[in-house]
Design a binder for this molecule. Structure first.
Ligand SMILES: [Zn+2]
Length: 444
């Protein structure tokens, strides 16, 4: 957590604090904390897009690039040109399953197998049965889900569908992007993250098929873009199903569906709850603008985030213009993103992965300050995996009133800092790489 190691009252006996403070704390000078958000901003916003529908990359992305705003794209990996892994059923030959359905009705024992296989029976038009049955099963309407499977398999046995393979609409709308495109996008600072291979309805899949959808999508991204982009994921349709989440947590460190953390309160897209009081260090406030959501309401989310110290606004967009689920018209998106851009003095706009990294690193960090020969030596460490959590954090250090100029050095890099002032005194804000060389603050 943010703290000045030397001055934290919980450190122990008062005399110890007094000894430390004699050197470091006089008039706050040397007191160092990790700011709640990067650059000392009031709040954070992550702009995310689901499904990789083609217009996100041909229309929304160029706008984001013009405004220099980062974003996270949760992509369905199967339809991306160059993908190695595509949709498939992991299990017995489907003909065996089809034959069995002639005499054995669907029930708890065979539902997940049948629902997992439903899109891969060798016919077009069957995937919607998987999607609907998985949704019914997840919402507790299990008998409905079983009957829907019986209907599907009866139609298959009677030859009611044309032969072939047909994925879900979201999958088809993602066709057109390539991994070559995505390699350029990540080089420009955008986060590409997993949204499964086929946009499957995971509460309707058995464990082997859930793992296939999540693990192979991760492997695809790792092979195409590198480890950094295997951090974030969103299980399709926003499901928070326990069985699915328990599997997904083991595969992806940061799930947008649900992120249980002692420091984070979560408000999902359907909730009307407001993000204050947060009760915990941070609150993740997910909002999903639909086609009809008013710009006034959308702007109010940003204002609320600016006005509260602990809010992480996670925006979830789907379709753009006429393509994709609940599409946002480009004109509306442009006005909204410009509104966000205009508030960047108060907002840290960051990818979903970077905002997650920042909070976790800060919550597991330790910062200490030592006075040495007129300088402050600041060390920042955290206890997380150093390869995955390598985001620099922003530190705030109070400096002596006599310093009109200040610099920070970490390793070989030295940077000038702006001296700022609040009610406690003069301070500087600067970024430090965790678990790296000691940072040195010098002034004159
Ligand atoms: Zn989706």
């Amino acid at each position: 957590m943010s703290s000045n190691f030397a001055c934290r009252p919980s450190m122990g006996p008062i005399f110890l604090i007094a000894i430390f403070c004699a050197g470091v704390c006089r008039g706050q000078s040397g007191n160092t904390s990790i700011t709640e958000w990067q650059y000392g901003k009031n709040g954070a916003v992550s702009i995310t897009y689901d499904d990789a529908s083609r217009n996100q990359f041909t229309r929304a992305l160029p706008l984001m690039e013009r405004l220099k705003l980062p974003a996270t794209f949760f992509v369905i990996t199967g339809p991306i040109t160059g993908s190695q892994y595509h949709g498939k059923f992991v299990g017995r030959p489907v003909q065996q399953i089809i034959n069995e359905t002639a005499t054995v009705p669907t029930d708890e024992r065979n539902f997940l197998e049948r629902c997992s296989a439903a899109g891969y029976l060798g016919y077009t038009g069957t995937i919607s049965y998987h999607t609907r049955a998985g949704g019914l099963y997840s919402s507790g309407k299990k008998e409905h889900a079983y009957r829907l499977m019986d209907t599907l398999y009866a139609k298959v046995r009677h030859g009611d569908f044309a032969p072939g393979y047909e994925p879900c609409p979201e999958y088809k709308e993602a066709v057109g992007s390539s991994w070559d495109d995505f390699r350029k996008d990540v080089a420009n600072g955008y986060e590409i993250a997993s949204h499964s291979i086929t946009h499957a309805t995971m509460p309707g899949l058995d464990e082997a098929n859930i793992k296939y959808e999540l693990e192979k999508s991760k492997e695809e991204i790792k092979n195409q873009l590198g480890d950094k982009y295997t951090f974030s994921a969103e299980v399709p349709y926003g499901y928070e199903d326990d069985k699915v989440m328990q599997i997904a947590y083991k595969i992806y460190p940061a799930l947008r569906n649900r992120m249980p953390e002692p420091f984070l309160k979560e408000i999902d897209r359907a909730s009307r709850m407001l993000p204050h009081p947060a009760e915990r260090d941070y609150v993740q406030w997910q909002r999903g603008p639909l086609s009809k959501t008013s710009l006034t309401l959308m702007k109010s989310w940003v204002d609320t985030t600016c006005d509260n110290k602990d809010v992480w606004l996670v925006l979830v967009f789907h379709g753009i213009d006429s393509l994709g689920w609940e599409p946002t018209p480009m004109g509306k998106l442009e006005e909204y993103l410009e509104f966000i851009k205009d508030r960047q003095d108060k907002l840290w706009v960051a990818s979903f992965g970077d905002a997650t990294r920042y909070m976790r690193e800060r919550e597991h960090a330790r910062v200490s300050t030592k006075k040495d020969n007129g300088t402050f030596q600041v060390s920042l460490t955290h206890s997380l995996d150093k390869k995955m959590y390598d985001l620099p954090l922003t530190l705030k250090t109070y400096i002596p009133a006599t310093w009109s100029k200040a610099t920070v050095s970490q390793g070989k890099i030295t940077q000038p800092l702006e001296v700022q002032r609040d009610e406690k005194g003069n301070f500087v804000l600067y970024q430090v790489k965790p678990n790296d060389a000691t940072a040195v603050l010098a002034g004159s």
